[in-house]
Design a protein around this ligand. Structure first.
Ligand code: B3K
Ligand code: ZN
Length: 875
């Protein structure tokens, strides 16, 4: 199977700079008539064929400048249309094809979701609509005329601005859209259907009026109001923070229910998975609200970082994704609590990206080869990509970072750019050398930084030794040292910051150590007492840190560090130490003294003033089972991890019982639901206390949670209680799950919560229950949200049952993958990535996982998506 390499990148011999399409949309068959304005590139030899991409298209006719082509002048293959000897001048290639959106279960190209026709083109879906140079370096302006039955599809939307519409006599109507901004085909979009909508407007800083609309299923309009609010705040933020204004007369968002991932940044017409648009208190949790806000912002921010400046080729994907994730993280930090957002982002990075980076699917943020590009929309490209941009911002400062961004837009607006272009803009704007920094984009694996220190009272010097090492990853046996910005401080015995008279051994700029060698030995002079170092404040680099600090020093940091991230980190580190020892002991706590000390520190955080309520809530959450598995590395026994973690949570719960209950009760009076910061934070702390109480496993806590569930007036509280009981496998959990299902059968997005929780119950019976849900004839077998909620949660969020020692959990998932692969390869391949940890299991589970994967490999013809993930997982 053929692999595509970055080094083989070459421009096409012809390019298309203008597209005019007429699309006749009708049930079963739609007809696409395209006029492509083709220009030979300078230097193209006469007789060079024009090769357009195509996929599942039925070709009806081909013409050049109006003259039909003879059969010998072209060739249509399953994946292309080849024009053998096109003219060596500007010409118009005209094609007509027929497609069948109703049969499109891959949800790539033009398909029908719940009656609505919609598109998804990134990365290679446009070729399923018409023959085209379907690659991101071909930028063209588009004019699209859509024609459909007015009753079936009163709403007709495409990219750009609306420039015409009208009725035909046969009950059909049309709409014309013109997008003046040259764009690659992956940003193309069309929507046709009978949809409800809400409308608003935004005036840009230069006084331009933009009409905003969100379209959705009739009757759900009120669920879109929060998304509209988030959109307006995003537009204002991008002007304030980056000076970036919107550039069309309209901005439309459409919510659809069948969508392979979160959302899509098509120019002027974002299409969303409805779970990332809809939010009302009765059905959405505060976490759902956060996600809606974050993704609405993310897709909007793509208008500049992605659409105005796009990617030269798909290897550069993190150019737009890493940067845009960084931008949405900054937006959320500015709108809410910065420390809390940072902790949440790092938790995600560690539980998803670090795991990916440590296994068979590891790849650099900018890969240099791929078999299937759809498999590279990964947490490495997105979240590690964002971390790399964040390090740039950390090193250059806010003003320096902004200078780089300004230069990047000045140089590349309207172009398809590369990572090198991006880095060059920052280096040039700030007159700094970033040659070593680019390794972050090219090298896979998480650097491990080991720290040791010593203090010499006589000479009043403090030595800090840093070492970095990155393990080999597939295809990259040798690693280079990275430029790692270490944001740090030294803390004196009384808890206040210490300064030094002189430092040597590495470049130190303010509170940043520029650590760029395998090993650095720093010497600080003029230090009157032994300091405790606080390193990687704000998690200034995506690394794994090993320090020689004692639990006592960590608890000192938890009390005194001025950096909230490191205060949180210190307690996590202490908890991890306790848990690792407990796992070694087969799941039992071994050091009551350390547990006492941790509980005391947690109690102080809970009652003190050194963090907002959401920070306190995060502090109460112990490292996840996956975090512990990662820290152990090899020969992992998920059951021992589960037992160890349960034991620690129970011990903490017992020790803090009265305090937890007091905070829980003090926060009881929430008043009417609000999304204001104080209200969401109050809910999060109260629910964290409840969760921690339930972990104590007492009857009293179970009834408190049951009452919390039953009296809840919003989904946040109801879900929190239910999730706590489910994760504790409390006896009442099954009854409440049944109740929840009955309450919400009519609401598919809430049903997803039920599916997901049902799959997470840490109980032997869960696998059979999950199988039964999936086998139910009424289960929507083609909806990605439903499938991922059920099977994705089982595989990724139920570590013990997925990795049952008899292998039945593994086999269930591989059999599911084989089945879904026939209809939707992207969903299948994504679920299969749950096996990226298989080699880390102890021998019995490892053998079972391997045999499940091998039978999948033998099960017949797999899609390229699934074959690629499977091949790399087993390699
Ligand atoms: N750019 C899209 C992702 C497309 C995924 C294709 N498999 C959404 C986003 O990142 O904003
Ligand atoms: Zn994106």
């Amino acid at each position: 199977e053929h692999t595509i390499f970055l080094k083989d990148y070459a421009p096409t011999p012809y390019f298309i700079d203008r597209v005019e399409m007429e699309v006749e949309i009708a049930p079963e068959k739609s007809v696409i008539h395209s006029l492509l304005h083709v220009v030979p590139r300078e230097g193209t030899e006469p007789g060079t064929p024009l090769v357009l991409d195509g996929d599942e298209l039925l070709l009806n006719s081909v013409a050049i400048d109006g003259a039909p082509l003879g059969l010998l002048a072209y060739e249509a293959t399953p994946s292309s249309l080849i024009i053998h000897e096109p003219p060596l001048r500007r010409f118009v290639l005209e094609t007509t094809v027929t497609i069948e959106p109703e049969k499109n279960t891959r949800l790539m190209g033009f398909y029908r979701s719940n009656g609505t026709w919609c598109t998804q083109c990134e990365p290679e879906g446009f070729r399923r609509i018409t023959y085209y140079l379907d690659r991101p370096d071909n930028l063209a302006t588009f004019n699209v005329t859509m024609i459909a039955d007015k009753k079936l599809a009163p709403v007709l939307l495409a990219n750009g601005n609306p420039v015409g519409q009208g009725d035909f006599e046969d009950g059909k109507h049309f709409a014309v859209w013109e997008d003046p901004h040259p764009k690659p085909s992956y940003l193309f979009a069309m929507v046709a259907g009978d949809l409800g909508s809400i409308h608003d407007s935004f005036t840009t800083s230069s006084g331009k009026q933009v009409a905003l609309a969100i379209y959705c299923e009739h009757g759900k309009e009120d669920r879109c109001l929060y998304a509209m609010d988030a959109l307006k705040r995003s537009m204002a933020w991008d002007e304030r923070r980056f000076g970036l204004e919107y550039d069309l007369d309209v901005f439309n968002i459409v919510a659809v229910s069948d969508f392979n991932f979160g959302a899509m940044e098509n120019k002027g017409l974002n299409i969303f998975n409805d779970r990332l648009v809809f939010a009302i208190p009765e059905t959405a949790t505060d976490a759902d609200y956060d996600n809606v806000e974050r993704v609405i912002a993310h897709e909007y921010f793509h208008n500049w970082t992605g659409d105005r400046v796009t990617c030269r080729d798909w290897f550069q994907l993190c150019l737009k994704e890493g940067l845009t994730v960084y931008r949405d993280q900054e937006f959320s930090s500015d709108e809410r609590s910065r420390p809390v957002k940072r902790i949440e982002d790092v938790r995600l990075l560690r539980s998803a990206q670090f795991v990916e980076d440590a296994g068979p699917l590891a790849h650099p943020p900018r890969p240099d080869h791929y078999r299937e590009i759809n498999n590279f929309y990964t947490t490495t490209v997105y979240e590690k990509g964002a971390e790399v941009v964040r390090m740039l911002a950390t090193m250059l400062g806010e003003a320096g970072f902004r200078k780089g961004m300004d230069l990047y837009f000045e140089r590349h607006d309207g172009q398809a750019a590369t990572i090198e272009d991006f880095i060059a803009a920052f280096a040039d704007a700030n007159q700094v050398n970033l040659d070593q920094f680019i390794h972050w984009y090219l090298q896979a694996g998480t650097p491990q930084v080991t720290v040791s220190d010593s203090y010499d009272a006589a000479s009043q010097t403090y030595r800090l030794t840093l070492e970095q090492k990155t393990d080999p990853t597939p295809g990259q046996p040798e690693k280079q040292a990275m430029l790692i910005p270490v944001k740090f401080g030294l803390i004196g015995p009384n808890g206040s910051p210490m300064s030094w008279s002189k430092v040597s051994g590495a470049e130190v700029k303010g509170d940043l150590i520029m650590f760029d060698t395998g090993k650095a030995e720093l010497t600080f002079e003029g230090i009157a007492n032994r300091p405790v170092p606080s390193l990687f404040r704000e998690f200034s680099a995506p690394i794994k840190l090993t320090t020689s600090l004692s639990a006592e020093d960590q608890l000192f940091l938890a009390r005194h560090d001025s950096d909230p991230f490191n205060r949180w980190q210190a307690l996590q580190t202490v908890a991890t130490g306790i848990l690792l020892d407990a796992v070694k002991a087969g799941g039992r706590l071994t050091d009551e003294g350390r547990v006492d000390a941790l509980a005391t520190a947690l109690g102080e955080t809970l009652e003190g003033n050194s963090g907002d309520a959401a920070f306190k809530a995060l502090t109460l959450a112990m490292p996840t089972e996956d975090n512990i598995a990662q820290a152990i590395g090899t020969d992992v026994d998920p059951q021992a991890i589960h037992d160890a973690r349960s034991a620690l949570r129970k011990a903490i719960s017992n020790r803090l019982h009265d305090k937890l209950l007091a905070v829980y009760n003090a926060l009881a009076d929430q008043g009417p639901f609000s999304t204001a910061q104080a209200a969401t934070q109050g809910r999060s702390l109260r629910n964290a206390c409840l969760t921690q109480l339930v972990a104590g496993g007492t009857e009293g806590a179970y009834s408190l949670a049951e009452a919390h569930y039953r009296t809840a007036t919003n989904m946040t509280d109801r879900m929190a209680a239910l999730a706590a009981l489910v994760h504790a496998n409390a006896p009442v959990a099954q009854a409440l799950l049944g109740d929840f299902r009955t309450l919400y059968t009519a609401d598919p997005l809430v049903l997803d919560k039920w599916l997901s929780l049902s799959a997470q119950v840490p109980d032997e019976a869960t696998l059979d229950r999950v199988k039964a849900i999936l086998a139910d004839p009424s289960f929507p077998r083609n909806n990605p949200n439903r499938l991922r909620s059920l099977v994705g949660s089982f595989a990724n969020a139920n570590p013990v049952q997925f990795a049952r020692p008899d292998g039945s959990g593994f086999r269930f998932v591989t059999e599911f993958v084989a089945d879904v692969d026939k209809r939707n390869p992207q969903v299948a391949a994504r679920v299969l990535t749950a096996f990226r940890i298989w080699r880390n299991y102890e021998p019995v589970r490892r053998a079972e996982a391997e045999s499940a994967l091998k039978s999948l490999a033998e099960s017949g013809s797999l899609s390229r998506n699934t074959a690629d993930i499977l091949g790399r997982t087993l390699a």
